[in-house]
Ligand binder design. Structure first.
Ligand code: ITT
Length: 198
């Protein structure tokens, strides 16, 4: 059985992977647990490019293992697609999300609901021993809410409103979010492709 390394330092991504694919996640170790110490320069222009940069950086050190990586973020149409691939760094890497979310709400204060369209995107890249690789993507459409609401999820979830569910992704249970989320879709698609390989 090959080891599967998840190239992330984000605990919330790991938690959601465990919720989305509990059997698969039993086999997964983090890049820290694998002993990766280097820096990864996420300088790609797209989520897929950045996901592959992360996965291939780890795969270069651990060529015998399967490596997966997640690059994701929030794209807000009224802000020209921002924060997009800069979602983690947007308004400062160490700025609390409470503050980032408040600033976004302020910037959109004059924008009516129908123009507050946004989507979460998640690209998952996989590097296989032997040099093969692939990426898959998942998205979820929504609107930027008029207030911060909900305690669940992480990051931008308290301002991401899903019209069909009448709530933000932070108000959903983990199962409700994962069933429709960008990461749920991308991780399930990844597992299907990977199963064919395994
Ligand atoms: P790694 O690169 O180590 O995986 P990161 O947090 O830096 O961790 P990204 O560069 O992919 O990861 O940035 C993704 C950011 O997008 C993340 O920090 C959140 O702010 C946001 N994001 C992604 N998925 C989200 C979700 O499901 N709910 C809320 N915010 C999300």
């Amino acid at each position: 059985m090959k080891r599967i390394i998840f190239a992330t330092g984000n605990k919330n991504k790991l938690r959601e992977l465990r919720e989305i694919l509990p059997d698969f996640a039993g086999e997964v170790i983090t890049m820290k647990e694998a002993g990766f110490t280097g820096d990864i320069d996420e300088n790609g222009k797209t989520f897929s490019e950045n996901a592959m940069i992360k996965a291939s950086s780890i795969a270069a050190q651990f060529p015998e293992d399967i490596v997966i990586a997640d690059d994701s973020g929030l794209c807000i149409d009224a802000l020209g697609g921002e924060p997009g691939v800069y979602s983690a760094r947007y308004l400062g890497e160490d700025t609390p999300y409470e503050k980032k979310n408040s600033i976004i709400l302020e910037r959109l204060s004059d924008v009516p609901f129908e123009k507050r369209t946004a989507r979460f995107v998640c690209a998952v890249a996989v590097c296989l021993p032997g040099g093969e690789d692939f990426t898959v993507e998942g998205t979820i459409e929504g609107h930027i809410h008029d207030r911060i609401e909900g305690e669940g999820g992480f990051g931008y979830d308290p301002i991401f409103y899903v019209q069909d569910a009448h709530m933000t992704t932070a108000q959903m249970t983990p199962d409700e979010k994962n069933a429709i989320s960008h990461r749920g879709k991308a991780m399930r698609a990844m597992a299907e492709r990977l199963e064919a390989y395994l």
